[in-house]
Design a protein around this ligand. Structure first.
Ligand code: ZN
Length: 459
């Protein structure tokens, strides 16, 4: 990308740090120079571009460490209200895995790019500046779309021992395939192509898919490779009762015990969901300093509680992701607050500042990035700005509470990544949103029309 020059943004509120604690400044400017934040100042600085409008709440670029653009786009509006899960409560094995696999067999490279662009557009319009995206390695266009559209991206192409996990009519999951070596080779090739592109904006994470689809040897090999390269390691852990039953049958362990047995649990592991972990599992994970990726709304859809506060109460670093369902980080924070408080029976858990940390500083720490998730000189010039001037956000006493409890995605004003303005007035400014949407819809529709998909949604 060309040098973005200098940009000055006025915030009626700006989220910063003071003495290591989260702090909100009134009426400050943030000056971006190139890809870095240069200053946070009460006086108007000189800059090439001046974004001066009252009512903005300036946040560090929000960080979403668990999302799937493609697989969940396949499922949306087909799988709410219990559809697609009659014989197996998790749509992972009835809809997501089989249909994403089938789709990648059918698609042209142009269709894959259309899906990837629509996903990235939704992410940016959901306030996300940094996204970790696990996906099947047959969709490498995720990297190209993120690079093209300006998102900060941790692509996490899956490794599977058994990529073909499908629930039968009896609800039992059957595992097939032997893909470990090929997937590791594909991951290494994608690493060689994409790691560090555009001054480090495009990165990779290691991504063994889940405890039931990745065997011991592949988990060990993938984790060793991640540690050799110093990249984050992410997986799905205890995301369904079916997975827990499978790991009990195979290894007489819980999924968390399985990973600990293999030496995979550690501070470099980002474990998605963990909803079927026992309290002992969570204590074990806390002792290993593993991070939990909490995605409350996708589980609420199925009647399952995924409480941010529950994981925090076990001492676990817990961050908030969208799992691809809705791709709206503000909505996900709101869901995290509601689900945590109702399930704990307490108003004090999952406070607004805590939840904001979960998509800024805590998420940055989970991937070893002290230059993200914070507005201070020297940090990366990533900003998400919310317009809190809307009538439903006024009058306003505490902007962080307004953000979590009252704001929504339609109040997004700006997203900048590496100093480059991507979203302004809530719109993506570098391409035609309607054209991106139409192309993505056409590609997804090609799968929805398959008899296999119709049967999966009905089953
Ligand atoms: Zn996931």
């Amino acid at each position: 990308m060309t040098d973005p020059g200098t940009t000055a943004i006025f915030g009626s509120f700006a989220l910063t740090e003071q003495d290591g604690a989260q702090a909100v400044l009134r009426d400050h400017w943030v000056l971006l120079e190139g890809r870095r934040i240069a200053a946070v100042t009460p006086t108007r600085p000189q800059a090439d571009v001046v974004l001066d409008r009252p009512g903005r709440f300036l946040l560090p670029g929000l960080i979403n460490l668990h999302n799937h653009c493609f697989s969940e786009m396949l499922a949306r509006t087909h799988t709410e209200d219990g559809a697609g899960r009659k014989n197996n409560k998790s749509i992972v094995y009835t809809v997501l895995m089989p249909l994403s696999r089938r789709g990648l067999e059918l698609y042209t490279p142009e269709e894959r790019m259309a899906v990837a662009r629509l996903g990235v557009l939704q992410l940016l319009k959901g306030g996300n500046a940094t996204v970790m995206e696990p996906f099947r390695n047959g969709l490498p266009e995720m990297f190209a779309a993120a690079e093209e559209m300006g998102l900060r991206f941790y692509g996490a192409p899956y490794l599977f021992s058994t990529a073909d996990a499908v629930a039968g009519a009896d609800g039992v999951v059957r595992y097939a395939g032997d893909d470990g070596a090929a997937d590791l080779a594909a991951w290494n090739a994608l690493y060689d192509t994409w790691e560090g592109r555009d001054d480090g904006r495009i990165r990779l994470a290691m991504s063994p898919h889940a405890t039931d689809t990745v065997g011991p040897d592949l988990f060990r090999t993938a984790t060793a490779r991640a540690r050799e390269l110093g990249v984050p390691n992410t997986t799905h852990l205890a995301q369904s009762p079916g997975e827990v039953a499978t790991i009990r049958t195979r290894y007489d362990r819980t999924p968390a015990e399985y990973l600990d047995w293999l030496g995979v649990l550690g501070p470099d592991l980002l474990a998605a969901h963990c909803v079927d972990c026992t309290d002992d599992d969570l204590r074990l994970m806390a002792a290993r300093r593993t991070t939990v990726l909490n995605c409350p709304r996708v589980f609420a859809r199925a009647g399952t509680v995924a409480s941010y506060a529950h994981f925090r109460a076990h001492g676990l670093r817990t961050v908030i992701g969208t799992d691809g369902y809705n791709l709206d980080l503000l909505g996900e924070m709101n869901a995290a607050a509601i689900i945590s408080k109702t399930s704990a029976g307490s108003a004090t858990v999952a406070s607004a500042p805590e939840l904001i940390d979960a998509v800024t500083r805590d998420a940055a720490a989970a991937i070893g990035r002290d230059d993200l998730g914070v507005i201070r000189p020297g940090a990366r010039a990533d900003i998400t700005a919310i317009d809190v001037g809307h009538p439903h956000l006024q009058p306003l006493y505490e902007p962080r509470r307004a953000l979590v409890w009252l704001a929504n995605r339609a109040n997004l004003d700006l997203v900048l990544v590496d100093g480059r303005l991507l979203i302004e007035g809530g719109r993506y400014i570098h391409a035609d949103e309607a054209a991106i949407t139409a192309a993505g819809v056409a590609a997804i529709g090609k799968i929805w029309d398959l008899p296999q998909a119709q049967a999966a949604f009905a089953g």
